[in-house]
Design a protein around this ligand. Structure first.
Ligand code: 3NM
Length: 210
């Protein structure tokens, strides 16, 4: 079984006007202690996404001393995961099935699956996914058309339904992260509450998740 860090930081291209700003942000997260980053791009075409993903990987290897090179997960696309030489892919309910993605990425790379209710979670639990995500826990403005909130009760219930590592997502901040971990999540995935001061914010997440 894989081990997830307490903070699962998401680098969402929508918040960065240039690749340089995106990679600088990622570097600050690593300085703040992040060992795992998800690169999320819901708007670019495949060529643009691949280019940005490759640059993120290149920069994260060039700028962090060897033991601190973060694991990189890409959203949605198994093909781009291989092309960009990422460490894993995170898929949603409308992407290829977990087993189709597993065939593409092989046994070694990480596969995460987003779920939004107990039925989806149970189903994903039966696949070869390495970890499962559940959300939105709280209200979020970072995702278009979010599913209904699952709340802390949803996290508690999910914890009983799977033995796989569980990532909670949606509206999670330094103010509520501890309650989410207490409800049974192994890790919290965050976009907004890292944007303003990535290094300091990541450090604070790790401090309160210890
Ligand atoms: N997925 P923030 S919620 C990307 O429910 C994403 O699966 C969600 O961003 C889900 O930390 C979400 O700013 C947005 O709320 C998370």
């Amino acid at each position: 079984m894989i081990h997830l860090p307490g903070l699962y930081a998401i680098v969402d291209s929508a918040f960065f006007p240039s690749t340089r700003e995106l990679t600088d942000f990622a570097h600050e997260l690593v300085e703040g202690g992040c060992t795992l980053l998800q690169y999320r791009n819901k708007s670019g075409n495949a060529r643009v996404i691949l280019e940005q993903a490759r640059e993120l990987r290149r920069q994260s290897r060039a700028r962090a001393p060897a033991p601190h090179v973060p694991k990189l997960i890409i959203n949605d696309r198994a093909d781009l995961c291989l092309a960009a030489e990422f460490d894993g892919v995170h898929i949603g309910q409308d992407d290829l099935s977990p087993e189709s993605v597993r065939k593409i990425i092989g046994p070694g790379r990480w596969l995460g699956v987003s779920t939004h209710n107990p039925e989806q979670l149970r189903e994903a639990d039966l696949t070869s996914a390495d970890y499962l995500a559940l959300g939105p826990v709280f209200s979020t403005s970072s995702k278009e058309k979010p599913d209904p909130l699952v709340g802390l009760e949803g996290v508690r219930r999910a914890r009983q339904l799977t033995g796989k590592p569980l990532v909670a997502i949606g509206g999670i901040t330094r103010a509520n992260a501890a309650s989410v971990i207490e409800a049974g999540a192994d890790s919290v995935a965050v976009i907004s509450d890292l944007l303003r001061e990535p290094r300091k914010s990541a450090e604070e997440f790790f401090r309160l998740l210890r």
